[in-house]
Design a protein around this ligand. Structure first.
Ligand code: ATP
Ligand code: FE
Length: 347
């Protein structure tokens, strides 16, 4: 089985070719960070236009790099949501065109399912496992029991951690994306100078909150500026350190609870925030204490990419499912099939 996977739900245009025996023949990702840099966030209209312009080229490159033609494929998988509607629609249109033109099965994939199934692509692990998805837009614990069997154990009630990292970077005038710059500053920061809150730790369950943490950091910054007339290099480093420590602690404690609530042989992470070494180490520790293996796919497969969509498509296809030309783009699409039906127009 050879699948083309197309992803365009946020600010990366991506296409990849993946085989049923877990080989990634190519994976092309075209980012848009530069296009949105002046706006302090992703501008949906700009993103949609860029996706529309780049999709064909990404697909062409993915095929070229894999040394394949459309006629060599067994199916086309595409992110059908959740995400920015313009981008998702561009991807779905592109996939429909290819599927219709080449006479291939079309499979709509939930973007979060793509992330959640990545450890099966990278490491071939069996069901069930526990997944912590931590990115710029998401933060949730998922118990994964099958390609369409996801149970949400809890998640953020406000910001995602990546978003909080980005905002902290903005507050401190550090470059975007904020995650890597905050991590770099934090590495030089002093332990224990500032103490930021650990929101929701006092409440049972796996829900999390990160917006209060951001507000507390903002207050600290303003206080420092008022007292000293500005921020020193060391202030930035110490603040980043305190912030990162708080996020790592919250994620670790909630992961401990998720594993206690729903024991699984593997704790896997996905999403850009999983790149953070301090957070990784904290989660690894929690997993070990619970007797679970810890798994973090390579970063390029943790962040948005086409390979995870192709793979999720293969898993759905194997389960005997595909979509028709009536496949729609869904800006909102909960993954937990107990919360809402998983498939839009599945057959
Ligand atoms: P989503 O995929 O959920 O729609 P997204 O595209 O923003 O959102 P990703 O591409 O998975 O998510 O991750 C990007 C986020 O990860 C950014 O917010 C970035 O700041 C954060 N990030 C990247 N590297 C690090 C790091 N080393 N430490 C902390 N956060 C990081
Ligand atoms: Fe994503």
């Amino acid at each position: 089985t050879v699948f083309l996977g197309i992803e365009s739900s946020c600010d990366d245009t991506a296409a990849a070719i993946v085989t049923g025996d877990r080989r990634i023949l190519s994976s092309v990702v075209s980012g848009q960070t530069d296009l949105h840099a002046d706006f302090g966030g992703v501008v949906p209209e700009i993103a949609a236009r860029a996706h529309a312009e780049r999709l064909d080229l990404c697909v062409e490159q993915a095929l070229d790099q894999a040394g394949l033609r459309l006629s060599d494929l067994n199916g086309v998988a595409v992110t059908a949501g959740p995400g920015l509607i313009g981008g998702v629609m561009s991807g779905v249109m592109c996939a429909k065109g290819i599927a219709a033109g080449a006479g291939l099965p079309l499979i709509g994939v939930n973007h979060l399912a793509g992330h959640a199934l990545t450890p099966r692509l990278t490491d071939g692990i069996d069901y069930p496992y526990l997944m912590l998805l931590v990115s710029g837009g998401h933060c949730q614990f998922l118990r994964v029991d099958g390609p369409q069997d996801f149970t949400r154990l809890g998640g953020t009630i406000d910001d995602a951690p990546g978003e909080a990292f980005d905002k902290i970077a903005k507050l401190l005038a550090l470059p975007q994306p904020g995650g890597p710059s905050v991590e770099a500053e934090a590495a030089l920061g002093r332990e224990g100078r500032f103490d930021l809150p650990r929101p929701l730790l006092d409440r049972p369950g796996c829900d999390m909150s990160f917006s209060g943490l951001k507000t507390a950091a903002l207050r600290l910054r303003d206080q420092l500026i008022a007292e000293q007339g500005g921020l020193r290099q060391s202030d930035r480093q110490d603040l980043c350190h305190a912030f990162q420590t708080a996020v790592a602690e919250v994620l670790a404690e909630k992961s401990r609870r998720a594993l206690a609530l729903s024991p699984a042989p593997v704790l896997a992470v996905a999403g850009g925030v999983a790149a953070n070494q301090t957070i990784r180490a904290a989660l690894e520790h929690v997993a070990a204490a619970a007797g679970a293996a810890f798994l973090a796919p390579p970063l390029r497969l943790c962040t948005d990419n086409g390979a995870m969509i192709a793979w999720a498509g293969i898993e759905r296809f194997r389960a005997g499912q595909q979509d028709g030309m009536d496949l729609i783009a869904r800006p909102r699409w909960p993954l937990d099939n107990r919360a809402a039906p998983m498939l839009g127009s599945g057959k």
